[in-house]
Design a protein around this ligand. Structure first.
Ligand SMILES: O=P(O)(O)OC[C@H]1O[C@H](O)[C@H](O)[C@@H](O)[C@@H]1O
Length: 524
């Protein structure tokens, strides 16, 4: 396989010389009808308003071939070491299906290992639901609290919120991530310690915030036991999800332990035990299995559809390359018109920016082209009343990724002024696509809309577990393809280390006068 920098590609140079079409010229009712690619589970990607014409798509398809994106994906799922920085395999796809031959490590079949963890999680969740596993004072668990940060928080939290309105949770979930003491305090003040089960999640088992909050939770349980004069055994109220081998693994004090390995990156871990425990306890193991099926279907489509026009994550990725490297757009906004996807942009922020925010190629050499964009977003219509002003009339065009559904997740869709709420929501979404793309001329420059601002639309009937899994995997695969195209390693995150090091220096009193001065400002 050939790993080459993007600027050494023939088709990249051809794209650089291509003229950028006006969106007004390519967006028509026919193009809306003809620019759909199925993702999976009934979810579809529409790129009509993304500002690329057929010639550009042909070139993007050839660039994808030249950069061997599909063969690289195949190598990844076959267990080749694709995380060059850490010399690791990258196996999150294997959590939800097997796309190539067995992946064996030291005689162990890793698909079997992941399945075994899924079975153990399902069994544990069923036992809790049936009341066979109780709190240490004999009461059933009423709330689960996931303690974790980064990948051990964002994906699980986004997916929990994504389904909590559609499916009545069997057990309500809360999340604690920040080392700010106000985070655990505000969550725990509402809860009954005797009926609370903590899920401690840390792949490395060393994350400062998570270990601090674990300690906080154990003390909270202990203090409550003393105050109530009951025998709460704190560790019996905590299960752990962690990497094996690792510092939190094999500790019999915890009620139970579930494992991942080094080949599941934090931001790619929501379909492992990291998301599996909380989602199975909240909604039941069957729901988690449906989510995995939706993701697996996307993964398979992304591998098997060789043609860019039939492969949604590949098309999304390559148009993203066009926007970033040819049109020089610095950011992408993710705009779900679905309240359930409230925290989905935050998850994509980590997924995309921690994966592709890189300045060296996979061999560690500097590169001289742009890589991953800034990702941000909020659900519509809320965003419209906030930052859309800049998106419409600001000096920096930002490509947009809309997400929308035909049906809401809950009953109670009120008719008012001739339409119901869901119709109003979707009318807003469609209106925004057109307003961004076509703009509106006005003799008053202050009221002029330049238009020519690209967007895509991912749409489906209703946000279900399968659709949510499909949506998640779409973005995971998009990010992976872009990393291959840029010839960067999307699977490490050295950029988070320096801050951790300096924090520890401060806490050990070894930070030096500059940081001492800043600490004084904060009175610490
Ligand atoms: O799961 P953990 O090992 O506690 O890691 C939690 C998070 O912290 C790190 O700093 C990384 O930047 C993230 O990728 C990771 O998800």
């Amino acid at each position: 396989m050939d790993f080459r920098n993007l600027d050494r590609c023939v088709h990249y140079r051809m794209l650089k010389n291509a003229s950028i079409p006006k969106l007004q010229d390519v967006l028509t009712p026919e193009s809306v009808k003809n620019s759909n690619i199925p993702i999976a589970a009934g979810l579809t990607f529409n790129y009509a308003a993304r500002g690329v014409n057929n010639d550009i798509i042909d070139l993007l398809g050839k660039l994808a071939e030249e950069q061997e994106l599909l063969p690289k994906y195949r190598a990844l799922v076959s267990g080749e070491v694709m995380n060059t920085g850490e010399q690791r395999k990258v196996l999150h796809h294997l959590l939800r299906g097997q796309l190539a031959g067995d992946v064996i490590e030291k005689g162990k079949n890793l698909r079997n290992f992941y399945l075994e963890q899924q079975e153990r999680i399902a069994d544990f969740a069923n036992q809790v639901h049936q009341g066979n596993i109780l709190g240490s004072t004999g009461k059933p668990f009423e709330t689960i609290v996931q303690i974790g940060i980064g990948g051990s928080d964002l994906g699980p939290r986004a997916l929990y919120i994504g389904l909590a309105n559609l499916l009545r949770p069997k057990i309500r979930a809360e999340f604690i991530s920040n080392v700010d003491p106000d985070d655990p305090n505000s969550v725990l003040q509402r809860l009954d310690p005797e009926k609370t089960l903590f899920i401690l999640v840390s792949k490395s088992g060393t994350t400062q915030e998570t270990l601090t909050n674990e300690n906080y939770a154990l003390r909270w349980l202990e203090t409550a036991g003393k105050r109530r004069n009951v025998n709460i055994r704190p560790a019996q109220h905590m299960v752990v999800v962690t990497g094996t081998p690792g510092p939190l693994a094999d500790n019999p004090a915890y009620l139970d332990s579930f494992y991942i390995d080094d080949y599941i990156g934090g931001r790619y871990s929501v379909t492992s035990a990291v998301g599996g425990v909380v989602l199975s306890l909240a909604f039941g193991p069957g729901v988690f299995a449906e989510l995995l099926d939706g993701a697996a279907e996307t993964d398979r489509g992304a591998l098997e559809n060789q043609e860019i026009r039939g492969n949604a994550p590949l098309m999304d990725a390559m148009i993203g390359i066009w926007e970033r490297n040819i049109c020089n757009h610095p950011a992408t906004a993710v705009l779900p018109y679905s309240q359930a996807l409230l925290r989905f942009p935050a998850h994509l922020q980590q997924l995309d920016m921690e994966s592709n925010g890189k300045q060296v190629n996979r061999s560690g050499q500097s590169i001289n082209y742009m890589t991953g964009p800034i990702i941000f977003g909020e659900p519509g219509t809320n965003g419209q009343h906030s930052f859309y002003q800049m998106l419409h009339q600001g000096t920096t065009p930002v490509p947009l990724q809309f997400i929308g559904f035909s049906l809401p997740q809950m009953a109670g869709n009120v008719e008012f002024q001739g339409s119901n709420s869901q119709k109003k929501l979707n009318a807003n979404l469609c209106a925004q696509v057109a307003a961004f793309a076509l703009g509106k001329e006005d003799s008053n420059p202050n009221k002029n809309f330049p238009g020519d601002r690209p967007s895509s639309l991912i749409y489906g009937k209703q946000l279900t577990p399968r659709i949510l899994g499909a949506l998640l995997a779409h973005f995971e695969n998009k990010v992976m393809f872009q990393g291959f195209a840029w010839n960067i390693n999307s699977f490490d995150q050295e950029g988070v280390q320096l801050g951790k090091l300096l924090t520890n220096n401060i806490l050990k009193g070894q930070a030096g006068p500059l940081l001492d001065e800043y600490m004084k400002l904060l009175g610490s």
